[in-house]
Design a protein around this ligand. Sequence first.
Ligand SMILES: *[C@@H]1O[C@H](CO)[C@@H](O)[C@H](O)[C@H]1NC(C)=O
Ligand SMILES: *[C@@H]1O[C@H](CO)[C@@H](O)[C@H](O)[C@H]1NC(C)=O
Ligand SMILES: *[C@@H]1O[C@H](CO)[C@@H](O)[C@H](O)[C@H]1NC(C)=O
Ligand SMILES: *[C@@H]1O[C@H](CO)[C@@H](O)[C@H](O)[C@H]1NC(C)=O
Ligand SMILES: *[C@@H]1O[C@H](CO)[C@@H](O)[C@H](O)[C@H]1NC(C)=O
Ligand SMILES: *[C@@H]1O[C@H](CO)[C@@H](O)[C@H](O)[C@H]1NC(C)=O
Length: 809
Amino acid sequence: MWPRLAFCCWGLALVSGWATFQQMSPSRNFSFRLFPEAAPGVPGRLPAPPVPGEEAAESKVERLGQAFRRRVRRLRELSERLELVFLVDESSSVGHANFLSELKFVRKLLSDFPVVSTATRVAIVTFSSKNNVVPRVDYISSSRAHQHKCALLSREIPAITYRGGGTYTKGAFQQAAQILSHSRENSTKVIFLITDGYSNGGDPRPIAASLRDFGVEIFTFGIWQGNIRELNDMASTPKEEHCYLLHSFEEFEALARRALHEDLPSGSFIQEDMSHCSYLCEAGKDCCDRMASCKCGTHTGQFECICEKGYYGKGLQYECTACPPGTYKPEGSPGGISTCIPCPDENHTSPPGSTAPEDCVCREGYRASGQTCEVRTCPHLRQPKHGHISCSTGEMSYKTTCLVTCDEGYRLEGNAKLTCQGNAQWDGAEPRCVERHCSTFQKPKGVIISPSNCGKQPAKPGTICQLSCHQGFILSGVREVRCTSSGKWSARVQTAVCKDVEAPQISCPKDIEAKTQNQQDSANITWQIPTAKDNSGEKVSIHVHPAFIPPSLFPIGDVVITYTARDLSGNQASCTFHVRVIDVEPPVIDQCRSPPPIQVSEEEYAASWDEPQFSDNSGAVLTITRSHTQGDLFPHGETVVRYTATDPSGNNRTCDIHIVIKGSPCEVPFTPINGDFTCVQDSAGVNCTLSCLEGYDFTEGSTEKYYCAYDDGIWRPPYSTEWPDCAIKRFANHGFKSFEMLYKATRCDDTDLLKKFSEAFQTTLGKMVPSFCSDADDIDCRLEDLTKKYCLEYNYDYENGFAIGNYII
Ligand SMILES: *[C@@H]1O[C@H](CO)[C@@H](O)[C@H](O)[C@H]1NC(C)=O
Ligand SMILES: *[C@@H]1O[C@H](CO)[C@@H](O)[C@H](O)[C@H]1NC(C)=O
Ligand SMILES: *[C@@H]1O[C@H](CO)[C@@H](O)[C@H](O)[C@H]1NC(C)=O
Ligand SMILES: *[C@@H]1O[C@H](CO)[C@@H](O)[C@H](O)[C@H]1NC(C)=O
Ligand SMILES: *[C@@H]1O[C@H](CO)[C@@H](O)[C@H](O)[C@H]1NC(C)=O
Ligand SMILES: *[C@@H]1O[C@H](CO)[C@@H](O)[C@H](O)[C@H]1NC(C)=O
């Protein structure tokens, strides 16, 4: 029984409180005693308060505070719909100072309740005398704007003035009942009675009881000196948790301090005019940040600069910071960065200063899947042919990097490193491994490459190309190139050169032999200029020495013509042929005159003559030979002097000069054959008679007598070849002697004339013929006309002119 009672209406005194209280109220004497409540049903019997000891007092205060804390905590849980009515004793016995202590207690008690019309509503009724029960604050009866804790604490409570008077507790409860009649449905209704304990003007307990019955929870706080029983009776049950007796008013505050401030829920904030926050900084105005507003904290009861939603910080000037990306803050409430709420997903992000979860969007590389984010994946990459891929993740999600390498002999086409981007695409095309190829090359001029398609198209590694030259060329530089596995040719093909070492071919015309042109010392000769062929197929230059261009005049003699062909590489060949011009024309005689015969008496004579003159087509000096020279001694008779002119080519011509030397005059010029001259000389001349030897005779009609006078030395008849020789004497038998007779006539066509001619001729001749034959008897001569007569054309060739007929004797 005792320990249970000990919890109710403990008197509480603190050392500090005691000292303070003595100063403030020297007329009163408080002892450290505990007053247990009178047991119900045992009225008037109160146990004596225990003698206070320091340790006991301390633990008792602790226990009292714990009990009050429990109640307050329960009320706080209901604070969202709570009606609190404070009945504050304003009587003269309390005094001004303690009245302020009472109000302080009220303030402290309220500190954990969100005073605002939508949560905890408050009314403060001060009471003293009957006519002085005043609702100083009443947020319950009528709900208006700006009825919040800040207004209460900063304006309304400070405005409550102390007046003094009696202690009309009953009236206070009546007033409370009046106010609570406006309380909200289902609200928790609480009355705190704070008094020094002595009530007057009527028993307040019945109305307190009816209020309790009505559901109002009543707490009573009193000074041990007061009417302890009355306070105990008015309080709700359990009494020990509703009735608190203290030793001084200051202890109310201490009690409240122990009971409250367990934690500080943020509560709600009510927007207020900026001027309410002017006290927060030294400048006295514009204390809040641009991104903050002045608000009343319904828990703290303080006007505070509160950063707007999306911002955190102290709220003072420059002290609001936007919530970082990935968080948001839906309300303007005080607090540090922890008041920024993380987005639902770790991989969400949001603009700085976001205010709602809707601001949360999936980060780059993620896509929304309900409230959460799913990482995006890029298209799957396959192992490349002839290569290898290695990725940082298997599923190829965002930010996966893949490295691609190619096998030996293969070359990477595309990026070696691929990164999966936020748009679920790789940052490059899928790489391929392509076989390395050696590039095509320009075939060096004149070089043969085998196989022939080598270098014309990209070659595979291992390809070998052989280089060579055409016949007649020598290769210098590389002889073979190979395509290496790195895709490069083993050597530079361009260093290969085919050098021409073969001379051109040239053939000359056959030797030419020609005769000089008539009366010329040269010949006009033409030939085909030789052409040359060269293995290079390129132009070949041809030179000729000496520089003859056909047709051309060549002098007598032999000329060797050399043609030389030279190709661009300097190889040369030559050929020669002869042009021979032969002189076949003998020299000509310009003058070849024999001198007249010379008659000398000497045996020999040194004759002279004009030198014969020769000339030749060659114009060359002629070689002249002669049989005699001028001044040689010549014998009588005729001597031939022969000149022969020979040109350098061996052609000759002769010229004969007849030298005739005669002896003394009238010499018998010759000795006839088979006969002789018989000559008789006198002083005037010589007579010679021709006589034949026995058996020889002269031909018919020959002259026998010749005479030469010394005067002139000329024989008469003159000497000629007609001078006869002697012939054998013979006799003809029936012989014929035919002869022709020619008559000159102007016409041939007159046959009568011709007939007359021949008859006349025949008659005349016929008379003559017998006389020829008269010398001998046995010879019969007659004329026979044998042939017809013709008229012949005049013929100059004929020695005797022309003829008309033919007669045979
Ligand atoms: C208070 O008590 C003290 C002793 O405890 C006494 O000396 C004093 O006179 C008392 N004062 C009053 C007003 O009773
Ligand atoms: C009050 O409480 C009752 C029962 O708990 C409930 O049915 C009623 O709706 C409440 N009234 C209000 C206004 O909350
Ligand atoms: C966010 O993404 C990372 C990397 O993709 C991943 O490891 C992590 O699990 C993701 N977080 C959530 C909540 O899915
Ligand atoms: C040589 O003969 C050619 C014809 O064959 C002729 O045209 C040219 O004039 C001649 N030259 C001389 C110098 O007579
Ligand atoms: C002259 O030429 C002829 C033939 O051409 C030759 O027989 C003769 O011996 C030559 N005479 C001289 C003196 O050379
Ligand atoms: C030679 O003959 C001529 C005449 O016939 C004659 O006169 C002369 O006397 C003769 N001389 C001699 C020496 O007989």
